[in-house]
Design a protein around this ligand. Structure first.
Ligand SMILES: [Zn+2]
Length: 336
């Protein structure tokens, strides 16, 4: 019977390497340690042996049982524990593809940053405005021919007439009403025009409105603001020229030209060999506009200007077509 016990132990030791999962282990338990298992079966035989044999075999039986129980416990621990994943700390990781801001968003951030250094606060307006905000408040009554300067996208509305703002100047009066004087603010944002698109025109583009009102605001200060801004934005000192112009909401009104950044004023195709580039509209705020915000026009003066953000970026990076900005072409977008 001792041989029988020996062969049971041997078998248990041999099969333990084949146990790969908990089901195999359960089968092992039933076979060797179960109520009708091999050990139980042999124990019944030992019990019926004479006393002296019983003692000797009993001790060996206990040894075998303990050995098999140890095998069972060890396998159980191994199978129930979570596998340890080995990994190499030196192995280079997967590169995570990161997106970035669109060139126009980057440019707006940069422009806002430069103006904030000169003391301008940031204001943001809504893209849908009233007819009053876009036109009437800016000295353009209904029958005024200057309204034709902006081809407007109107919105069907019941009460007051609404439209997609044609310029960021639409926020001037509201801001003048809501803020204390003196003030200096910039308002960047999308504007909309109902017109055909080509390489220099889009129906939707970005404008930056500048607005300053105080007791001593004048064109000299405005020119200073432009000198600082253009030098910071384009990275070089540029000559600036004011030309007289007409806008209903400024008096006097000006077109602002900068020295061509592509040919340094020598003359090239982009500046049509004039050496200068039209870059902004500006002027002293018309007293009519200040009065809309109940500002004392004997005490306060203000200047305003409008810059086309796409135009600034096109000149800075020599981009030939405004339609590229919204083309979604990754070859274009990834360059910046
Ligand atoms: Zn040029």
């Amino acid at each position: 019977m001792k041989e029988e016990l020996e062969s049971i132990l041997k078998e248990a030791q041999e099969v333990k390497d084949n146990i790969k999962n908990l089901q195999d282990l359960e089968n092992f338990r039933i076979k060797f340690l179960g109520k009708k298992g091999l050990l139980k079966n042999i124990l019944e035989k030992i019990v019926n042996l004479p006393e002296n044999e019983k003692k000797e075999l009993g001790a060996y039986f206990n040894f075998v049982k303990e050995e098999i129980e140890n095998i069972y416990e060890e396998l159980k621990r191994k199978l129930e524990s979570k596998p340890f994943i080995k990994f190499d700390l030196h192995h280079p990781g997967k590169k995570i593809e990161k997106g970035h801001l669109h060139i126009l968003s980057q440019a707006i951030d940069r422009i806002v940053n430069i103006f904030s250094k000169i003391g301008f606060d940031l204001e943001l307006g809504k893209e849908i405005v009233t007819e009053y905000e876009n036109f009437d408040s800016l000295n353009m009554p209904k029958d005024h021919p200057s309204r034709d300067m902006w081809d407007t996208l109107w919105i069907k509305s019941e009460k007051e007439k609404l439209l997609l703002r044609t310029h960021t100047s639409a926020h001037q009066v509201e801001i003048l009403k809501n803020r204390n004087l003196p003030l200096k603010v910039i308002i960047p944002g999308k504007v909309y025009r109902h017109e055909a698109t080509d390489s220099r025109h889009e129906m939707q583009f970005h404008q930056l409105e500048g607005l300053a009102v105080g007791e001593s605001c004048n064109l000299q200060e405005l020119k200073g603001v432009f000198y600082i801004f253009f030098e910071e934005f384009f990275g070089k000192k540029l000559d600036i020229v004011f030309r007289t112009s007409y806008f209903p909401f400024t008096e006097p009104s000006l077109e602002v030209d900068i020295e061509c950044i592509l040919c340094n004023g020598k003359g090239c195709e982009v500046c049509k060999y004039s050496g200068y580039l039209e870059i902004a509209g500006a002027g002293m705020i018309h007293p009519f506009v200040l009065k809309q915000a109940l500002i004392d026009t004997n005490k306060y003066y203000g200047y305003a200007f409008g810059l086309g953000i796409e135009r600034l970026v096109m000149l800075k990076y020599n981009i030939p077509d405004v339609r590229l900005f919204h083309s979604g072409d990754l070859r274009f977008i990834k360059q910046f």
